[in-house]
Write a protein that binds this ligand. Structure first.
Ligand SMILES: CCC1=C(C)/C(=C/C2=NC(=C\c3[nH]c(/C=C4\NC(=O)[C@H](C)[C@H]4CC)c(C)c3CCC(=O)O)/C(CCC(=O)O)=C2C)NC1=O
Length: 182
């Protein structure tokens, strides 16, 4: 597992040179508090983000909770919700570390094959991850709207749109999940 710092060391070691290009790490440190806020915005809303995404996935494809569907019976529904939580948790680790290796190595490695063996549908999983991406990015960037959140709308940040780069990085981790299982 690597983070932004150990990644710079590994890259330098590969070319047997000292760590010379420190600009990326300087930015990582300078923007550190923003990063922690973004991680917190996602992590503290995790159960809402996960349950909303799985509910949305099922609304669009109700066959999933009927006999023969992969979210039927309740045991599978619970496994699906748990998997959503696992994925979101590893995405927040990656955002915190500024590096995808923890997500790749400990969560995505072999997941496609596991899902294929269990009959977990990749397109539905990808849809749930896509919804988690949309809501997580809105939370991280402080751009959630009343239209999206309905009665649960809560505006807890006044820096709307200030985390655009971090939000793009966060979106990229969700994209990695989708491409790993598709
Ligand atoms: C460390 C990382 C890690 C991951 C990622 C992980 C995933 C994982 N998901 C599993 C099952 C499962 N995953 C799902 C998920 C879904 N079904 C659907 O229809 C939806 C599309 C989707 C939710 C979005 C379901 C239903 C099962 C149970 C399948 C079965 O037992 O038939 C299993 C098989 C064992 C078990 O049931 O616990 C694993 C290993 N386990 C891990 O330790």
């Amino acid at each position: 597992m690597l983070d932004a710092f150990s990644r710079a060391v590994v890259a330098a070691d590969a070319s047997t040179s000292p760590v010379t290009d420190l600009s990326g790490l300087k930015a990582f440190v300078a923007e550190g508090n923003k990063r922690l806020d973004a991680v917190n915005a996602v992590a503290s809303n995790a159960s809402c983000i996960v349950s909303d995404a799985i509910a949305g996935m099922i609304c669009e494809n109700t066959g999933l909770i009927q006999a023969g569907g992969n979210c039927y019976p309740n045991r599978r529904m619970a496994a699906c919700l748990r998997d959503g939580e696992i994925v979101l948790r590893y995405v927040t680790y990656a955002l915190l570390a500024g590096d995808a290796s923890v997500l790749e190595d400990r969560c995505l490695n072999g997941l496609k094959e596991t899902y294929a063996a269990l009959g977990v549908p990749a397109t539905s999983t990808a849809r749930a991850v896509q919804i988690m991406k949309a809501s997580s990015c809105a939370h991280a960037n402080g751009t959630q709207t009343e239209a999206q959140a309905g009665a649960k709308f809560k505006k807890n940040r006044d820096d709307q749109g200030l985390c655009n780069e971090l939000t793009a990085e966060l979106g990229g981790y969700f994209d990695r999940v989708i491409s790993a299982i598709s």
